[in-house]
Design a protein around this ligand. Structure first.
Ligand SMILES: [Ca+2]
Ligand SMILES: [Ca+2]
Ligand SMILES: [Ca+2]
Length: 315
């Protein structure tokens, strides 16, 4: 590496460190999705929606409902809704739930009793626009957003659906959680002390990721010489694995760790390490002489935790 390249690499490293240390608000507006069913579970931009509509409960008139195991997340082209509610969400795609949608500009507001959303990292605020039907058969239902950390609710928000009787009509609101760090969300509805099943649409989820998560750094590698690998900011006192790929980035689920690596055909490099009390561990591993000139991708992982991917070339 010549001097100019070295300086550029150093500047890039400093820049990416700065990005990691800063909060990173991300808008999830669903505009990149195609209209139609998305599945359950469904992963998108660091969020995994799962366990959709798997609870029983009651409608406000007292009639019961059960789990809907075939329901999915659904992307709706909803131009008609945006025309009715200017300023709500972002035209013309939104997220809803259930087993039906209407092709084109019109939409079906899908049913939502409960959905869990796992976060790939830790966030400290989230807001979202919510649309729904009010009055008619829906009055009195409460729509909730809970934020959880380690399975415990740390922040919550809710609103109650208007109960004016007569015919139902479209309405808009927003839900937000902040003031605590969380790694999971639950969006659900209740009537009294039971779950309920209103019609719900969601758009413009604005999530503020907390920076400084688990980070992998790899010193420049040279064939025939030891290479150094450093993990910081990981879960303290936990088993930590270094993995590599010669095939590049991808998506590989590792069941024992319940984590999805961002590598194709990953293999373990070196032995398992235990992070110290500050979430740090290091490897020094022999780099094969024959590896010179090869591109290699590295990532470290723990149970339900992973670092960034480092792509490098062996000198
Ligand atoms: Ca539509
Ligand atoms: Ca949108
Ligand atoms: Ca449209």
């Amino acid at each position: 590496m010549n001097q100019r390249h070295a300086a550029l690499a150093a500047a890039t490293a400093v820049l990416s460190m700065a990005c990691l240390a800063a909060a990173q608000p991300v808008l999830i507006d669903f505009e990149d999705q195609s209209e139609g069913p998305l599945g359950d579970p469904w992963s998108h931009q660091g969020l995994t929606f799962h366990d959709l509509n798997n609870v029983s409960g009651v409608f406000p008139d007292g009639s019961p409902f059960g789990p809907e195991p075939t329901d999915e997340c659904i992307c709706e082209d909803a131009t008609a809704w945006y025309n009715d509610f200017p300023g709500w969400g972002s035209e013309d795609k939104l997220l809803t739930f259930g087993n039906a949608y209407i092709g084109g500009d019109n939409l079906s507001l899908g049913r939502l009793s409960s959905v869990t959303v796992d976060l790939d990292g830790v966030a400290d605020s989230l807001s979202m626009d919510v649309g729904y039907y009010e009055n008619g058969p829906w009055g009195g239902i409460v729509v909730h957003l809970d934020a959880l950390m380690g399975g415990q609710v740390v922040a919550s928000d809710s609103f109650q659906i208007a109960d004016g009787g007569g015919r139902d009509n479209g309405a808009i609101s927003a839900l937000s959680v902040s003031g605590a760090q969380f790694d999971q969300l639950k969006i659900y509805s209740t009537f009294g002390n039971q779950y309920s099943l209103p019609r719900i649409i969601i758009d413009d989820m604005l999530i503020n990721w907390v920076g400084g998560g688990a980070t992998l750094a790899v010193d420049p590698l040279t064939g025939g010489q030891p290479g150094s690998f450093h993990v910081t900011g990981a879960t303290p006192n936990a088993a930590t694995y270094l993995v590599y790929s010669l095939a590049g980035t991808g998506s590989t689920f590792v069941p024992p760790l319940n984590v999805t690596l961002d590598l194709a055909q990953p293999r373990q490099a070196g032995g398992v390490k235990q992070t110290d009390g500050s979430g740090t561990c290091n490897w020094t591993l022999p780099i094969p002489m024959g590896g010179s000139g090869r591109n290699v991708w590295f990532q470290a992982c723990q149970f339900e935790n992973k670092t960034n991917v480092v792509a490098t070339r062996i000198n």
